[in-house]
Design a protein around this ligand. Sequence first.
Ligand code: NAD
Length: 263
Amino acid sequence: MTSDLRGQVAIVTGSTSGIGLGLAEALAGAGATVVLNGLGDPAAIESTRADMAVRHGVEVRYHPADMTDPAQIADLVASTVAAFGRLDILVNNAGIQHVSPVEDFPLDAWDRIIAINLSSVFHATRAAVPVMKAAGRGRIVSIASAHALVASPFKSAYVASKHGVAGFTKAVALEVATSGITINAICPGYVKTPLVEAQITDQATARGISEEAVMRDVILAAQPTKQFVTVEQLAGLALYLCSDAGASVNGAILPVDGGWTAA
Ligand code: NAD
């Protein structure tokens, strides 16, 4: 199946790195105009933006909205609509992790995780839905996690935030079902991105074991295939959800986890 998204406009939050960057690449590759977002060195982001635009022959912009700030998230959507007159696809991807026993969990880490992983999904979706309703079509895809379906110790804030994304997705799916809009959550297992590489170090500290043991006994132990999920596999599903063929997939919480949540 090929997805032709020429003429469509997509926002991908947290797309300066990892999964979000890969999803933005896939959307640009399918012909969509893409608005990148995320943290990082301004020169490196500009280089990524310009390179993506040239390679795919599409317009690529960057908006620096901080996903902890509702006003900046609203401006991300509003300025995109002002620039292009439409918003067809919203990918809620920005996310962070912190690993700690609950009794030691830093208060600011809890607040940041809930803000970036969960509340930003609300703020961006809230701003996008009226635009999509007016157009009679829209696609919202949130990158949740296997941790939207199951838990792991020492990740209380992350697991709470991702379960929250799943619930939010289902509620909004019911609200927009007759408006030509779909909203779904993709739930990856472990993907080897900078976020997971940092966790390997943190888990080793929290559990008092080596980084090799974390890879073998913690991370890939959870994934029956014993393989990391790839960004390309996630992009394939995201493109399907954005296509016309995906029109009846709505409110779905979709694991892409090598069988992890089947256990
Ligand atoms: P990553 O660290 O490589 O990328 C995270 C992105 O979010 C970056 O672009 C970063 O700049 C951006 N970001 C962080 N804080 C932000 C803020 N305040 N404002 C704006 N942008 C911000 O991580 P990743 O592994 O690519 O994760 C992407 C998403 O996928 C997250 O929601 C994560 O929870 C989810 N996920 C990842 C995995 C995995 O194994 N890597 C598994 C399941 C779910």
